[in-house]
Write a protein that binds this ligand. Structure first.
Ligand SMILES: [Zn+2]
Length: 124
């Protein structure tokens, strides 16, 4: 058994493996590795990762909304009753902060994924 580099993600893997354990690139169909196939695979994988990150960013925004809407609601109610609440002591602050931090992390992840993808493209 020898170690070879996956043509798609460059991870080391067993030469006996049919599928790369790191990225799922399949050697089954292509006995000889076609660079066009690898490029297509990387593009598909890049799109899939960006799509997943976008879905996570919607989850993060939803978490922030779950905090922001009751906060706003309680604030308006407080103003109507001439007893404005302290927004920073509202529980909603935690959900807003969590959602916002998640969103920032996801944006950073998107930048990282895009940079890695660009770096993997052949220089022309
Ligand atoms: Zn791989």
């Amino acid at each position: 058994m020898a170690l070879v580099k996956c043509p798609a993600c460059r991870n080391r893997m067993s030469s006996l493996a049919k599928v790369c354990p790191a990225c799922g690139f399949s050697f089954d169909k292509e006995a000889t590795i076609d660079p066009e196939q690898v490029k297509l695979f990387q593009k598909r994988q890049f799109r899939q990762r960006m799509y997943q990150l976008r879905m996570f960013s919607y989850v993060a925004m939803t978490i922030a909304m779950i905090g922001a809407i009751p906060m706003l609601w309680d604030y308006i109610k407080g103003v109507e009753n001439a007893q404005p609440i302290e927004l920073m002591s509202h529980w909603g602050v935690f959900a807003v902060a969590l959602g916002f931090l998640m969103y920032l992390g996801i944006r950073a992840g998107m930048i990282w994924v895009r940079r890695n993808y660009r770096a993997s493209l052949p220089k022309e």
